[in-house]
Ligand binder design. Sequence first.
Ligand SMILES: Nc1ncnc2c1ncn2[C@@H]1O[C@H](COP(=O)(O)OP(=O)(O)O)[C@@H](O)[C@H]1O
Ligand SMILES: [Mg+2]
Length: 228
Amino acid sequence: MIEVEHLTRRFRRGAETVTALDDVSLTLGPGELTVAAGPSGSGKTTLLSIIAGFERADAGRVRFAEPLPPDAPPESLTWRHLAFVPQGLALLDELTVAENVELPALLDPDAGPGRRTAELLDGLEIGHLADRYPSLTSGGEQQRTAIARALRLLPPVLLGDEPTGHQDRDRILLVVALLRAHAYAGNVVLISSHDEAVIDLADRVITLADGRVVSDDRPGARPAASAR
Ligand SMILES: Nc1ncnc2c1ncn2[C@@H]1O[C@H](COP(=O)(O)OP(=O)(O)O)[C@@H](O)[C@H]1O
Ligand SMILES: [Mg+2]
């Protein structure tokens, strides 16, 4: 459903050039929770940002296939196609928690019913905060608000940059369970994380180092004979 082809991205840092992504190719399909792992600086955020259309590549391209508009440029996709939980969350502080979650639906009235905001908020244990402004909630609650917003229109592609980074252990499990359920409903879900608890629950783990894919595994799919 998404083909990442030979993506390369370089940044200039003073006199140096940093290669954030170095010829990365991947196919991402629906039905599994994929985690991009790897240490800080390995290229996870750059990869997600290019797929989401927030960042350009110096070389290579991202191709979308059905049910997304085939070959759509990433920047032409809306929340109903592709939702992103950025590390900075990007909530609007003039809107309440519930209004932030409603925003994708308000901006795209033809998108279809999607999921009910109240149900999403309850599922993420922030139902009691619906009418509060995000700045008056915790970092973890703000992050769960951004996750609810991303799920609002049931997008065929959901990307999250360390979407459990502000959660405690129980809420990590809650968030991962919701993201997995979205994947298992037939959608592409790709998140970055360096948290072992998240990586353990992934169906597929793509590990980056210095902008390259160094491993791409489906841990649960390993035959029992090779289990340690
Ligand atoms: N806007 C930028 N300007 C300069 N260097 C950047 C920029 N964004 C990322 N980089 C560099 O690219 C590399 C990959 O960064 P990033 O994709 O953020 O990695 P990760 O998310 O895995 O920590 C790092 O060396 C980082 O410093
Ligand atoms: Mg990052």
